[in-house]
Design a protein. Structure first.
Length: 219
């Protein structure tokens, strides 16, 4: 056990890893914008429920990278191109849907209750799908994070799992900050018009991120 612990600690450049991870996780990417929107529309609790989808996808990616599957995906231009354009379409769809979102507060009470019950699962599914359809997420775990592992030994898979899980913890912290910011705006004394405008801003941000993703070359 002591030998295993020493192997993990000594073969990771922790300082560079933490600095890079904090910078990367704090940038308002697609999932972070989703957390902000979810906090704004549904509150912090529902937003955290949605994060389960994102980090479940990340956990699957980490396992895939640790056993070599992620490397195949990250080095296959055709696979990454397919994932990229699927992600562009999905982000655009979420953005447009947010922009034209109707005021559900005017709906019937029974319909509202049904919508509330579906919200957590829908948000979780959205974050899971956005994470899975983002080629940059695969490159993050398969190419970027392994750069901080200073070993080529057979046990590198364990190091990837450790460093990947720590990154998830860092991104979860910033995701909560985004969701909390949205929740504070939701609870603040802003007019429905301002709230609707904030919703539109997050929808527009999703479309901008979709356009940005479409310009990226993963070949």
């Amino acid at each position: 056990m002591l030998e295993f612990h020493s192997s993990v600690v000594n073969h990771i450049n922790w300082t560079s890893f933490f600095i890079a991870s904090v910078l990367l996780a704090s940038i308002p990417g697609a999932n972070q914008v989703l957390s902000l929107r979810n906090g704004l529309q549904h509150g912090i609790k529902k937003a955290i429920h949605g994060m389960v989808g994102r980090f479940s996808a990340f956990a699957i990616m980490i396992i895939a990278v640790s056993i070599g599957v992620g490397l195949f995906i990250s080095t296959s231009p055709y696979v990454l191109t397919f994932i990229k354009w699927a992600g562009v379409l999905y982000l655009s769809w979420i953005g447009v849907r947010t922009l034209i979102r109707e005021k559900h507060s005017e709906a019937k009470e029974g319909e509202e209750k049904e919508e509330v019950n579906k919200t957590s699962f829908r948000l979780c599914k959205e974050e899971f799908t956005v994470a899975c359809l983002n080629p940059q997420a695969y490159l993050l775990f398969a190419v970027f994070l392994p750069q901080f592992i200073q070993t080529t030994q057979e046990g590198i898979g364990i190091n990837i799992i450790v460093i990947g899980l720590i990154y998830i913890g860092i991104e979860f912290f910033f995701a909560c900050l985004y969701a909390f910011s949205g929740d504070k705006l939701k609870k603040s004394k802003i007019t429905p018009k301002i709230k609707n405008n904030l919703d539109r801003v997050t929808g527009l941000a999703m479309i901008i991120l979709a356009v940005f993703l479409s310009t990226q070359n993963f070949g």
